[in-house]
Design a protein around this ligand. Structure first.
Ligand SMILES: Nc1ncnc2c1ncn2[C@@H]1O[C@H](COP(=O)(O)OP(=O)(O)OP(=O)(O)O)[C@@H](O)[C@H]1O
Ligand SMILES: [Mg+2]
Length: 248
């Protein structure tokens, strides 16, 4: 199974991706976490220590350093995962596809978006789950190109702009033929707020993750919310989201 997590900047994509990956791993799934953000921070939400996150290589620049050129066949995603991935808690393998350290060196047509496409599209998803924390906005969703067998989480907090981007993400996912699109209203404080997001997204499956002070505090301390307090309301909600996702 492959899960693409998209939405506006700050909507909670990384928090949900990290906690969801942990929850799925706890259920016995082999999980690959793909950080597609050019400014990667999924590692923190997953519970990877800062030093390890810092050592993660930007794949495109690393390949260029190793003498790889535009004309060479692209290395296999599985090999890149072995080479450039790092171990995260609960047996999760984390790879960062979005980061480019030296844009002057990089061929942008095979740059971060295309590497994200390769990881999301080519990593075998039989017997394992790929969770991709996409760059804010819609561009990465188009590049990742999820299909009929994939799951898209359209994440929104309550602001009108956030809801609008999640709504457009739903339209893009539908256009790509994704049949399982789950709207996630993050940081909900009441039923009315949830209903407003649900009405705007208009998807069959809607999910609520409550506003949770424990998540904010964990973020301020630079620790994963799952490590800070797995029983906090948002973590319990993401656990239920994991159950919902694997139910089918
Ligand atoms: N349910 C929640 N309750 C309280 N705070 C939350 C909740 N979800 C997310 N946050 C806070 O909102 C901020 C943004 O979350 P996060 O980094 O996951 O968003 P993002 O969509 O990945 O942002 P970006 O696009 O910048 O990567 C963080 O400070 C996080 O702690
Ligand atoms: Mg993020």
């Amino acid at each position: 199974m492959r899960i693409a997590v998209c939405g506006k900047g700050g909507s909670g994509k990384s928090m949900i991706s990290g906690a969801l990956a942990r929850q799925l791993a706890q259920r016995g799934h082999q999980v690959i976490a793909v950080d597609a953000d050019p400014n990667p921070n999924l590692g923190i939400s997953l519970g990877v220590d800062r030093e390890t996150v810092e050592t993660m290589k930007p794949i495109l620049n690393a390949l260029l350093d190793a003498g790889h050129t535009h004309n060479d066949p692209k290395p296999l995603a599985e090999d890149l995962l072995d080479h450039y991935g790092v171990d995260a808690p609960e047996g999760i393998r984390l790879v960062a596809t979005g980061k480019i350290e030296r844009p002057s060196d990089a061929c942008l047509c095979c740059g971060s978006h295309n590497t994200t496409r390769q990881f999301f599209g080519e990593l075998a998803d039989v017997d394992r789950v790929v969770v991709a924390d996409l760059e804010a906005g819609l561009n990465d969703l188009i590049w990742a190109k999820p299909g009929a067998n994939d799951v898209v989480l359209a994440v929104s907090e309550g602001s009108e702009k956030s809801v609008e981007i999640a709504r457009r993400a739903v339209v893009v996912a539908q256009e790509l033929g994704v049949t399982r699109i789950i709207g996630v209203a993050n940081r909900t404080v009441d039923e009315a707020g949830f209903a407003r997001v649900a009405a705007a997204l208009g998807v069959a499956e809607m999910f609520s993750v409550p506003e949770d002070r424990a998540v904010e505090i964990a973020d301020q301390q630079g620790v994963a919310p799952m490590d800070a307090d797995p029983s906090s309301p948002a973590m319990v909600a993401v656990s239920e989201l994991a159950d919902l996702i694997v139910k089918q």
